[in-house]
Design a protein around this ligand. Structure first.
Ligand code: ADQ
Length: 455
């Protein structure tokens, strides 16, 4: 059996410092099981590290191999094509996507350089698993260098319908380059179906078997692999000292008020301003909640070098101020907005102390916060998940209260339903979903994918 090679933009860590998500931990686990390499960008921008030595970290059959990129790569590949072109398009935001020839050029260049640097590390029986939108053409670059190994791809973010993808200049060449993979995985059936529709409508593909598409003389497996979290592990975090401390702080400050919680990276896809308006509508239309319900939004900034992100924090501060100004009382602040991250165990305590998890992205590949919120609940007295229909997680978490995040009225009504939900119903809904996220946890997800790839 050959080793496993994982390629992704950022590489996980070998030490579980409590900051890494369950996903990185699960991938290191599967790398340990068969021996492997995790290959990607170091996160550093420099001219020396770009063509020179790798940064290598080794422990127990696993090697992390990292490479720097230079300033032009950062601007064109990372901040450019990945985050200003592909990220918005794949999240259905044609209106803010930027198309720029140097971005495409930088994207191709970094894919080629990374493939060239990886090539000498590949042995004939190795399995190669490439992750996410940063590396769509990676396999085709490897194939051009003569690599014949099994190569799989998994997209962590949505894949929209052909109507949207075809608005991307030169989409034909880009998507065609993906056909060098043997297995292409998506988060949901919806994404998978969109991709197959695209192949059929735009590239002359033909579905030959359940999950197999024949296109340009190759057969490619296209399947949904909904990603999971380490649900059993996360379920123990609220009872850790840090988890308990957060619960205590919240209970002391909130007394018997019900807390609604939102946790996101600041990103226009997460629908945070819409969520604030939904909460405002709750206070308007269901005034019995005034003084009794609070909303805590935790949202550290991300990708602030991209213009579309820079303004969101200010918008949220403005909205919170406005809503608080309108409804607050001497002993009650309706919205608390915290613009920084929390360690995972603290986060678990915050989830546990919250009566509602409010997860309302406008588009999301999966959304792991929804699953973490469920995992952190007390099964004897669980809170309620209010979940956007546009999160990939909505395909699996059908017992949550599903909403249209664009409608403030619908979000308000869903919050009211959740606030009034009787204990029995909360318990039965939670039990069904918890069982499902335990069964399909991060480790199982990775194992199923690798098996499908031929491992
Ligand atoms: P993201 O867009 O980053 O991931 P998500 O799935 O919600 O979104 O994962 C975010 C992770 O970061 C969670 O583990 C969460 O706990 C953590 N996090 C977020 N805000 C935090 C905060 N304030 N403090 C501490 N931790 C915080 C992309 C796709 C998703 C897909 C994942 C995995 O956009 O749709 O689910 O990859 O495939």
């Amino acid at each position: 059996m050959g080793k496993l090679i994982i390629v992704s933009n950022r590489v996980g860590s070998l030490k579980d410092t409590g900051k890494a998500g369950g996903l990185a931990v699960a991938l290191v686990d599967v790398l340990r099981e068969r021996g492997g390499v995790w290959f990607g960008w170091s996160g550093a921008v420099s001219d020396e590290g770009t063509f020179g030595e790798f940064k290598i970290e080794r422990s127990k059959q696993v090697e992390l191999v990292q490479l720097d990129i230079n300033k032009a790569d950062y601007d064109e590949y990372y901040a450019g094509y990945a985050n200003r072109t592909l990220w918005p398009i794949l999240h259905y935001r044609l209106d803010i996507a930027e198309f720029d020839r140097p971005f495409e050029e930088g994207y191709r260049r970094v894919n080629e350089r990374f493939a060239t640097r990886l090539k000498p590390l590949i042995k004939p029986d190795d399995l190669i698993w490439v992750h996410d939108y940063h590396f769509l053409p990676f396999a085709s670059t490897l194939r051009a260098m003569g690599v014949e190994n099994r190569i799989g791809f998994f997209l962590h973010i949505p894949f929209p319908s052909p109507d949207i993808i075809t608005a991307l200049p030169r989409h034909g060449a880009l998507i065609r380059s993906m056909l060098a993979y043997d297995l292409i995985g998506f988060q949901t059936m919806r994404d998978r179906n969109h991709f197959i529709d695209y192949l059929v409508q735009e590239q002359g593909g033909r579905v030959v078997d359940d999950d197999v598409v024949s296109v340009y003389g190759r057969e490619i497996t296209v399947r949904a692999f909904p990603i999971g979290i380490d649900a059993t592990g996360f379920a123990t975090f609220p009872d850790s000292p840090e988890g308990k401390r957060q619960q205590q702080r919240i209970r002391q400050a909130q007394r018997d008020r019900a807390q609604i919680v939102g946790v996101d990276r600041i990103d226009y896809t997460k629908g945070i301003p819409h969520r604030f308006r939904g909460f405002e509508r709750l206070l308007e239309e269901y005034p019995e909640n005034r003084g009794r319900v609070t909303f805590l939004q935790i949202a550290p900034s991300s990708r602030s070098e991209v213009d579309a992100y820079a303004d969101i924090q200010r918008e949220l501060e403005g909205l919170a101020g406005q809503i608080n100004g309108r409804f607050a009382d001497v002993d009650w602040t309706p919205i608390r907005f915290i613009a920084r991250g929390f360690p995972r165990k603290a986060l678990a305590g915050i989830y546990r102390a919250s009566r509602i998890g409010l997860v309302t992205p406008l588009r999301d590949g999966m959304n792991l916060v929804a699953k973490e919120y469920l995992a952190a609940q007390d099964p004897e007295n669980p809170g309620v998940l209010v979940l956007s229909r546009f999160a990939g997680a909505a395909e699996e978490l059908r017992e949550s209260v599903i909403v249209n995040p664009y409608s403030a009225a619908e979000v308000a009504a869903a919050l009211q339903t959740a606030l009034q939900m009787p204990l029995d119903e909360r318990k039965s809904r939670h039990a069904l979903m918890f069982e499902r996220i335990v069964r399909n946890d991060a480790h199982n997800w990775a194992t199923r994918y690798i098996r499908a790839l031929g491992g």
